[in-house]
Design a protein around this ligand. Structure first.
Ligand SMILES: Nc1ncnc2c1ncn2[C@@H]1O[C@H](COP(=O)(O)OP(=O)(O)OP(=O)(O)O)[C@@H](O)[C@H]1O
Length: 386
């Protein structure tokens, strides 16, 4: 499904009001992100029909699930959706296989429905005969996800599915979620208040704050919005989709390409062509006006400043875009990992990869930085999220 999702809800709990008007992508992972009490779960429950907003409109995959003006409200059990909660809630007296088949029977589908792809995606094929009390928390949650997917829903809703797991279990399940989200062709709405989870999974980000959504958009673009607290945070970062392009064993380096360029990372064991997410913290990015020649930093790239915000603690937060790069981007063709290609002159801001740099206010003043200026960024460190 690729039709956008339209979700408009107004609901008043007295002390809390939900008022959102969103158009969300019909594919990929949309993360609803915000602090505790900002209304993420309430919004998800409205989408599921578990909560009825007095004023609401919801269209998914061309089907209207709610239109309060026309008196339409499709009850939850008639909505083609999968819902995964914080707790797996498996039936303790049934095996994993019986738990998976239970949901199918309820909606009248054959228990013989082909689950093999789902079992393989979630790595749970070997657990089918186990009882839930003999599973780890991470395994239980993977079964809960499989149970939701077995119904072949048109949308998957996930409400903090990792919140009840400890750090080790979260790390164990995240790669499954990343893979699942890449291979599913239904949209996923995923609620979390954990920044790393959001960075790892989101394609599209909806920021929630006090029942409203002050910003939403593609991940990198929304993370670098200067009018949002995320960009001003000490841990502000952007996330780029990259692809492994080559390894330089002699120097223990891996080269990755992104839309229009390439950078080097500490050696990372993955096959050429593997897609990854690269996180770049704003504090690891510095700015120079001239192309530096005598620098130990390997990753130096041309960029254009698209905005600057100063905070009250002597920092400047610089928003940049790396324009499209001309020519072949295969790093194997480059003479060195730090080679800089010429930017395509007519590619404007917003078309390339967004980046943030946190520098001192004094540096910004000394360099006379301003919007529209062409500069070079030095990227001192990156981390792979997958
Ligand atoms: N049925 C209800 N009646 C009254 N108030 C409610 C009800 N459900 C939720 N609330 C209130 O609505 C607000 C938003 O709650 P919600 O659970 O949607 O937030 P959240 O962003 O998901 O938070 P968390 O991350 O802690 O789960 C909270 O202040 C909560 O107390």
């Amino acid at each position: 499904m690729t039709m956008p999702i339209t979700a408009r809800f107004n609901l008043d709990y007295g002390t809390f009001k939900l008022a959102v008007d969103l158009s969300l992508p019909g594919s990929g992972v949309t993360v609803l992100f915000g602090p505790s009490g900002s209304g993420k779960t309430t919004l998800l429950r409205c989408i599921a029909g578990l909560q009825r907003a007095p004023q609401g409109f919801l269209e998914i995959n061309g089907t209207i699930w709610q239109d309060s003006e026309r008196g339409i409200f499709v009850p939850t059990h008639k909505r083609s959706l999968g819902y995964v909660f914080q707790e797996a809630n498996l039936f303790p007296h049934l095996t994993v296989k019986q738990n998976l088949q239970f949901g199918l029977k309820r909606i009248g589908k054959s228990a013989a429905t082909d689950l093999s792809h789902i079992l393989e995606l979630l790595g749970i094929g070997h657990l089918l005969e186990r009882a839930p009390d003999r599973l780890s928390g991470g395994e239980r949650q993977r079964i809960a996800i499989a149970r939701a997917l077995a119904l072949n829903p048109e949308i998957l809703l996930m409400d903090e599915p990792l919140a009840a797991l400890d750090f080790k279990r979260k790390q164990e399940i995240l790669p499954f979620l990343s893979r699942l989200h890449r291979e599913l062709n239904i949209p996923v709405l995923y609620v979390t208040h954990a920044q790393q989870e959001m960075a790892q999974l989101a394609d599209y980000l909806v920021i929630m704050d006090e029942g409203r959504s002050p910003a939403s958009g593609p991940l990198a673009e929304t993370l670098s919005r200067l009018d949002m607290p995320l960009a001003l945070d000490r841990n502000a970062a952007t996330v780029w989709p990259v692809t492994i392009a080559g390894h330089e064993a002699e120097y223990h380096l891996t080269h990755v390409t992104f839309a229009g360029g390439s950078i080097s990372l500490p050696s990372f064991a993955a096959k050429i062509g593997t897609p990854l997410r690269l996180q770049i913290y704003a504090r690891d990015v510095s700015i120079t006006l001239q192309k530096p020649t005598d620098t130990s930093i390997l990753n130096v790239l041309p960029a254009v400043i698209t905005g600057i915000a100063d905070d009250e603690r002597g920092h400047s937060i610089v928003q940049l875009v790396l324009p499209g790069i001309a020519g072949d981007t295969d790093p194997a063709q480059q003479s060195s990992a730090s080679e800089i290609r010429q930017p395509i002159a007519d590619k404007g801001a917003g078309q390339g990869n967004s980046l943030l740099a946190h520098i001192t206010l004094k540096s910004a003043k000394l360099l006379k930085l301003r919007t529209g200026m062409a500069v070079y960024v030095q990227i001192k460190g990156t981390s792979i999220l997958n």
